[in-house]
Design a protein around this ligand. Sequence first.
Ligand SMILES: Nc1ncnc2c1ncn2[C@@H]1O[C@H](COP(=O)(O)OP(=O)(O)OP(=O)(O)O)[C@@H](O)[C@H]1O
Ligand SMILES: [Mg+2]
Length: 381
Amino acid sequence: MRNIVGQTPRGNDFFKRNHIIKKIYRRLEAGNHLFLSAPRRAGKTSIMRYLEDNPREGHAFVYINTEDVNDSEEFFRLVAEKLLSSKAVEKMTKAAESSKNVFKQFTENISKIKVWSFEVELNKTEAPKYKDELETLMRKLDTEDFKIIIMLDEFPVTIENIKSEHGEEQAVSFMHANRRIRQEAKRGIQFIYTGSIGLPVIAKRLKATATLNDLNVLEIPPLSILEATRFSQQIFDNYKVEYLPGVIGYMLEKLDWLMPFFIQLVIQKMIDEFDETGSILSKKSVDIAFVKSGTHRSNLYFDNYLSRLDKTLPEKEAKNAKHILKEVAVTGEIHVDTFDGMEGSKNILEMLELDGYLTSDGKNYRFSSPILGAWWKKHVS
Ligand SMILES: Nc1ncnc2c1ncn2[C@@H]1O[C@H](COP(=O)(O)OP(=O)(O)OP(=O)(O)O)[C@@H](O)[C@H]1O
Ligand SMILES: [Mg+2]
């Protein structure tokens, strides 16, 4: 297993998280549409890509990143086209005879839409919509032994885009349209939604929580100690790195929050050291790797945590969020009541927790990842 830091690991570079993968299948098989809930960098995209590359029999997954979409019809057009150009359709029509005609009709209707939109200008009749065609497709696809699962990554960003381009009302109606499609859907197609910013927080701000309450929420936790140990060993082994007994345990204890990304970040520095010095890695190497990971100025990974705040929050909230993070970074730990007087602090703190910046034990807030905390203290505060 290579140490892929930041890109999406595919094939052998993906550390298989059996536990979560099983859970996803179990819930899909029970007919649920899912929302993968996890903080930033938890491995959501990696898991979806794994499902797409290695589907179990009777399943086909279609991965769609909707980050650049800022219009409802554009969203449904993208879904329709990605679906039709995927291998999923071919697999399904082979496995389930009844789906052949449904897809044939769907393909015809989709190809008509473009012509129609031209005619609309001439005839002023109402154009058929991608959304309606998808809805019809979902209603008709009632296959028993084969499922297509459409995975929508960065869905919350799409909602934010629609909101800023077309206003709140359109954003809410887009969420309703998605819900309606899910409600109409028979057994043939299911959805998995996720994204790197918190969907519940966005829905709450739009007062549209009800549009999500049919989704089955699945949390992606950090790796267990056992998983994280195996993960680290596999990477070190790949590079033939030697280390003293107890080094991995010490590293994981310091990391505290065992998300693959943060483990890889530190491991990367340790591999560098081993390459440079050729000496067997010790606990001291872990300490050095930590300092290097947290102090590196041009850290693209962490810069993104900062820039995302301005991109996804209104100006005042972004300012308050930065203020909160600065305080926590400087003090290391801060009592949960500290920001009670700040306007909107409850929502901001909720978002910072859901998105993986902060964590609380009910009494205090601290950075979820000590490395991110150290970086924040040095470069942002
Ligand atoms: N199962 C895994 N095996 C190997 N590396 C992983 C795994 N999961 C996550 N990673 C590492 O963590 C990084 C982030 O993973 P990924 O992009 O899947 O997370 P994400 O939750 O989609 O992040 P974001 O919220 O930023 O979209 C990857 O670039 C990779 O370095
Ligand atoms: Mg992602």
